[in-house]
Ligand binder design. Structure first.
Ligand SMILES: Nc1ncnc2c1ncn2[C@@H]1O[C@H](COP(=O)(O)OP(=O)(O)OP(=O)(O)O)[C@@H](O)[C@H]1O
Ligand SMILES: [Mg+2]
Length: 391
């Protein structure tokens, strides 16, 4: 039987916007073979003058170690130029290992499928998502554009962009180390991105310091609770009230004193929050003595005391029992409803995320691998795979 040429192994499926490449039983053992393939495919792609989804069949394909580098380099180049997204089928254990080793740079891990059918389904889902996205009305209240954040050699965030609508509950999900907390830190000015922009209400505020961001009424709760443990619940929540002031609070206090009126107003407001979150009984208790779930609630109270327009919640329900979680969900929904606060939520409990989010973005290895309304994200094979890939 005559050997199939690379030309025979490349097929365009117009209706699916997909380029299928069949590498089954191919062995790449020289750089020339690699180049011969990529020259052919690049040329054909260039002729189409547009981008395609790539479906690559790796069944019994062998890429010998000496050509891995070249293969990866040319592959990346072709992807950048012509790809709408790539799915791979049947990579051998060895190829997978190699791919895993490179998964930090490329998004390989999350899109390897066992069968061609599964892969085609994934492509169909992606196309559908793209269509929905084009239709989704965004008001660009908070826009994150092409954000990159480097820590030495680690790409904590790599070209991440999304748009949050006013008043919505917007969730960021993804495996451990995906870059979720880093994203919140960029949004609230804690980290300055190495590239990209944060635009809020039409203004670029990428380089504002945390204090200035707080002045724009961004509030935050932390993955590891950040309260003053020796201070009472009430005093902790009061600090949120003081943080709200745009001017330098200390300076004001020293030179003018805080007016009695303002002090009273702040107290009233804080009492309202205490009432709202049902924590009257612990007003005078030092926070360090409270159980974990209640500390989380006090942290939410302090954030709400800032009268935030945007509230960033980093795993507000982590470590809680079912009942505490249900309470927290209720408070988040009520606060969203009552004050119209825009919320960006990081949460690992999928049931909660899918239940309360208006929109979900999925990060993996610092990159956005998916986004959509909960019903889309829930069934997205790319997302499922990213989670299954976790140990
Ligand atoms: N200050 C830092 N210095 C160096 N590396 C950091 C720093 N902060 C985060 N990283 C790295 O950036 C990557 C993303 O971390 P990040 O904390 O944003 O992930 P995450 O999605 O919030 O994870 P988790 O679900 O475990 O909270 C990780 O590889 C992490 O080790
Ligand atoms: Mg985190």
């Amino acid at each position: 039987m005559a050997e199939k040429t690379f030309k025979d192994r490349i097929a365009f499926h117009q209706s699916l916007e997909t380029l299928e490449v069949d590498f089954s039983n191919v062995t790449f053992s020289s750089v020339d073979e690699v180049d011969a393939f990529y020259d052919e495919v690049d040329q054909q792609l260039a002729k189409t003058g547009r981008r395609w989804y790539f479906l690559i069949i790796y069944l019994d394909c062998v890429i010998e170690p000496q050509v891995w580098e070249r293969f990866a380099e040319r592959g990346k180049n072709t992807n950048v130029k012509y790809s709408l997204g790539t799915v791979r089928v049947g990579a051998s254990e060895e190829t997978r290992e190699e791919i895993r080793g490179r998964a930090k740079e490329d998004r390989f891990r999350s899109n390897i499928f066992a069968s061609r059918e599964e892969a085609l389904f994934a492509i169909a889902e992606r196309r559908k998502r793209q269509e929905v996205l084009v239709e989704r009305q965004t008001d660009d209240y908070l826009r994150v554009e092409d954000v990159q954040l480097l820590f030495g050699g680690i790409r904590a965030l790599d070209g991440v962009g999304f748009s949050v609508n006013r008043g919505e509950i917007f969730s960021i999900i993804g495996p451990n180390g995906a870059g979720k907390t880093s994203m919140l830190n960029v949004i609230n000015g804690f980290y300055r991105p190495t590239r990209g922009q944060i635009v809020f209400d039409g203004r670029d505020r990428t380089s504002l310091k945390p204090r200035a961001v707080a002045g724009l009424r961004f509030a935050r709760t932390f993955q590891n609770i950040a309260l003053f443990k020796g201070m009472t619940t009430l005093d902790n929540i009061m600090t949120g009230r003081l943080l709200r002031r745009r001017s330098n609070f200390l300076w004001d206090a020293i030179y003018w004193g805080i007016s009695k009126n303002e002090e009273m107003e702040n107290r009233d407001y804080v009492e309202g929050i205490i009432d709202f979150l049902e924590i009257e009984a612990i007003r005078k208790t030092p926070v360090g003595r409270l159980p974990y779930g209640l500390q989380k609630r006090v942290e939410l109270a302090r954030a709400l005391a800032m009268e935030p327009k945007v509230l960033l919640l980093d795993e507000p329900m982590a470590g809680m029992n079912l009942e505490e979680k249900q309470d927290m969900v209720r408070f988040i929904l009520d606060a969203n409803d009552q004050w119209g606060i825009t919320m960006i939520l990081i949460e690992h409990d999928m049931a909660v995320v899918m239940d309360i989010s208006n929109f979900v973005v999925v990060l993996d290895h610092g990159q956005k691998i998916a986004e959509g309304v909960p019903d889309e994200v829930r069934v997205d094979p790319v997302v499922i795979r990213a989670y299954l890939g976790q140990n």
